[in-house]
Each structure stands twice: as structure tokens, then as C-alpha cells.
Design a protein around this ligand. Structure first.
Ligand code: HEM
Length: 397
């Protein structure tokens, strides 16, 4: 397990207020106007704000590596080729779009129906995050992996601890967050070591069993990697997909898109894609320079931490027309990059999209409309994730 403190995302001081967390976009715009890349001495990080340079650092994996950027360092998310290639291919077939729809569709529908049944039966307002957007991804991935959904609270604690961040750039604050992360990783690893050993004795029809069988076919993959990959899959898609679905409802209400979605004048898929651009859930992605290099006219020495702000790239005026507007009917000449790009492109994108599409298909079918039950959205306070921590809503049924 790695303990490189650079695996910890430190909040830029400019984003460390509630207002900026709720609306970081004016700051990103200011930074884009200053240039594509800046060096932040306090965090020892190069920040990248322009679309072209964020794409460049993402696809040029030989110059910008991922090793050392995450505490889950046995998993492929934080590795470079060649082991990244082997680890990813162990799971890739189980996350392709057609496989996901066919094999996980029924589980997604089952959980969506139960959650929407409860939601529409409620009188008055309720928190959409707590009641719908948080449980859905955890219940689904738990079922895919073959671990008990009743342990949802524990899985959720691990997921949130792993994307924790110090609120200030002091050593004490970093230490405290790091200790919480390490404790979460220890529990996560113990849990999956145990589950994997049990699958060796008694195979089941689940992803853990498939990984245990695949492990033997690859030269570089050790048991520690399999454990880390299971752990990564359990936590990688939770907070992210929760933020995605929460931002979708928030935006559809705010922009009054629900009638058009219900009347099918705007396709749901287009609207969800636009949510991912407009309110990108994963704000930065991290890399470490593998040699002295140059990006956007800035010289960056080897071994430096680089944060590519997807949230800024997806609102770059040079890449998108009217980037500050939510407009599902726009056609863009560049592809938004909410799921990254290149060899680390999000493995779970088809699953996250299936969950969101199934949820909103069902929900919009069952309601007349929806309204926000607050004037002040509480932001998810994190340098990594953009979204609402709570979304009190009232459904009209
Ligand atoms: C809306 C929801 C999601 C968003 C916005 C998101 C975003 C991302 C992004 C931006 C990356 C690239 C990181 C980088 O290049 O540094 C990534 C990678 C990854 N994501 Fe997701 N993700 C989501 C859901 C999921 C789900 C549901 C899963 C799994 C069940 C998942 C598993 C992964 C994995 C395994 C990687 C690493 C891929 C690699 O390194 O080869 N994600 N995700």
C-alpha cells in the first residue's frame, strides 16, 4: 500500500469556501484567462485548466504517469503500463456497454424500482441524495461483485474516507485525513482478502470469482492486485455516480427540463451527457511527470504532481460554444471529457450511464414534476468531487 502523500488531493485555497465549492466555475474561467497551466507553490502542484492541455496530459501516459497518485496502489487506476494493461484487461470484458446492459440491467432495474417506489410514496420533501442517489450505485456494485448489500453503510464510509481531503494545507490536517484513508484501506483489503479466499473454496457467479479465475492467467498479477482491484471497483463508482445523479435532478429542476424530457422533445441520453459536461462530477485527475517536460508553454520537471481540471476543460470557451449554459441540444466540435480519456478512460462509464438512464426513465414516468425544497444547495466539500451534499426535493405525483 502506498503512502506517498501526493496521493492526497489537497484543495486549492481558492476553492476552499462553500461559495466556490457550490460554484467553482467563475474561478476556473479566471484561471483559463490567465493561461493553460499554473504552478501552485502551497500545494506543490501544477494545475491545468485548458481543454487541449488537459487532454494532452491525459493521453500522453508516458510523460504523465499515474503511479503514486492514489493510495489504492495495487489497483490499475493508479498504475502505468505494462501492469495497468493486464489489470485492466482482467476486468474490461465485464464492463463493456453491451455486457453491462445485458448482465447488470436487471439488477439496476430492480433497485431503481424499489427506490423510486419509496420516493414517490413520500409526502412532502426528502433528501434525494440520501434516499436515492447514494444507495443505488452501492447496491448495484455490491450485487455485481457478490458482496452483501446490507453492508452498504460500511462500503459508503470506505468510499467517502478514500476521497477525503484536508481542509487546509497543514501537516496535521493531511496526517489526519491520511490516517482515515489508511484505516479504510486496511478494512477494505481485509474484507476482500477474506471474500476472495472464500471464492477459491466455493466459486460463485459473481465478479470476485471471475477475478480469482483470471488472476492465474496473467504473469504480473498478484493476489494483492486482485484485492485492490475489487476494493477499487467497490469505491470508485459510488461517490461519483451519486454526484452525477444528484446533479442531474438538480439541473433538470433548475433548468426546467423535466417537461421536455417527459415529452421526449429532449432525449434523456443527451440531457444526461450534458449534465456530465456542465456539472462534471470528478473535478481533477492527477498525474506525475515521468521526465522533464513542457505543457502549455510551462516547463515541468520530472516527478512533479499535475492536476488536470476536467471541470474547467469541459467549460473551456475555446472548445465549446456557450460552455456556461446547460443546453442538451448543442452539438459540440470537441468531446466533453467527464470520464477522462485514453488508457485510463473510466471503466465504469457504461454502468454509471445505465444507472442514471434507468433511474430517470422510471422517475420521470412516475411524477408530474419536481421542485427544490431549498434555496441554498449544500455543496459536496471536496477538491475531487463536484456536486450537492444534500438535495431536498418535493415530487409532484
Ligand atoms: C458518473 C460516474 C463516474 C465518473 C464521473 C467517473 C470518472 C472517472 C474518471 C474521470 C476517470 C479517469 C481518471 C484518470 O484518468 O485519472 C475514471 C477512471 C475509472 N473509473 Fe470512473 N467514474 C464514474 C463511475 C465509475 C463507476 C460506476 C465505476 C466502477 C464500477 C468506475 C470505475 C473506474 C475505474 C476502474 C477507473 C480507472 C480506469 C483506469 O485507470 O484504467 N467509475 N473514472
Amino acid at each position: 500500500m502506498g503512502n506517498d502523500s501526493r496521493a492526497l488531493a489537497v484543495m486549492p485555497s481558492e476553492l476552499a469556501t462553500k461559495e466556490r465549492q457550490r460554484d467553482p466555475y467563475p474561478w476556473f474561467r479566471e484561471m483559463r484567462a490567465e493561461g493553460p497551466v499554473r504552478y501552485d507553490e502551497t500545494r506543490g502542484t501544477y494545475d491545468v485548466f485548458h481543454y487541449d492541455e488537459v487532454v494532452e496530459m491525459t493521453v500522453e501516459y508516458e510523460r504523465f504517469g499515474k503511479e503514486g497518485t492514489s493510495f489504492l496502489d495495487g489497483a490499475w487506476m493508479s498504475r502505468d503500463p505494462p501492469i495497468h494493461t493486464e489489470l485492466r484487461s482482467m476486468a474490461e470484458n465485464y464492463f463493456r456497454s453491451s455486457y453491462v446492459q445485458e448482465n447488470y440491467g436487471p439488477a439496476v432495474e430492480k433497485h431503481v424500482e424499489a427506490l423510486v417506489d419509496d420516493a414517490v410514496a413520500r409526502d412532502g420533501s426528502f433528501d434525494f441524495v440520501e434516499e436515492v442517489a447514494k444507495p443505488l450505485p452501492i447496491l448495484v456494485i455490491a450485487e455485481i461483485l457478490g458482496v452483501p448489500g446490507e453492508k452498504m453503510d460500511m462500503f459508503r464510509d470506505w468510499s467517502t474516507s478514500l476521497i477525503g481531503a484536508p481542509s487546509e494545507p497543514t501537516e496535521e490536517a493531511k496526517q489526519a485525513v491520511q490516517e482515515r484513508m489508511m484505516a479504510a484501506i486496511d478494512s477494505l483489503y481485509d474484507f476482500f482478502h477474506d471474500a476472495i479466499e472464500r471464492r477459491e473454496e466455493t466459486p460463485k457467479d459473481d465478479l470476485i470469482t471471475k477475478f480469482v479465475q483470471a488472476e492465474k492467467e496473467y504473469d504480473r498479477i498478484e493476489r494483492e492486485n486482485t484485492v485492490a482491484c475489487c476494493g477499487m471497483l467497490l469505491v470508485a463508482g459510488n461517490v461519483t455516480t451519486t454526484a452525477y445523479m444528484t446533479s442531474a435532478l438538480w439541473t433538470f429542476i433548475e433548468e426546467d427540463t423535466i417537461p421536455e424530457l417527459q415529452g421526449e422533445t429532449i432525449p434523456l441520453g443527451d440531457a444526461l451527457e450534458e449534465v456530465l459536461r456542465y456539472r462534471t462530477p470528478v473535478m481533477p485527475q492527477k498525474r506525475i511527470t515521468q521526465r522533464d517536460t513542457e505543457l502549455g508553454g510551462v516547463e515541468i520537471p520530472e516527478g512533479e504532481l499535475v492536476a488536470g481540471w476536467l471541470s474547467s476543460a469541459n467549460r473551456d470557451e475555446d472548445a465549446f460554444e456557450r460552455p456556461g449554459q446547460f443546453d442538451p441540444t448543442q452539438t459540440y466540435h470537441e468531446d466533453p471529457i467527464p470520464f477522462g480519456k485514453g488508457i485510463h478512460y473510466c471503466l465504469g462509464a457504461p454502468l454509471a450511464n445505465l444507472e442514471a438512464e434507468t433511474l430517470f426513465d422510471e422517475l420521470l414516468d412516475r411524477i408530474e414534476g419536481a421542485s427544490l425544497a431549498t434555496d441554498a444547495i449544500e455543496p459536496y466539500f471536496s477538491p475531487e468531487i463536484y456536486g450537492a451534499a444534500e438535495l431536498p426535493v418535493t415530487l409532484q405525483t
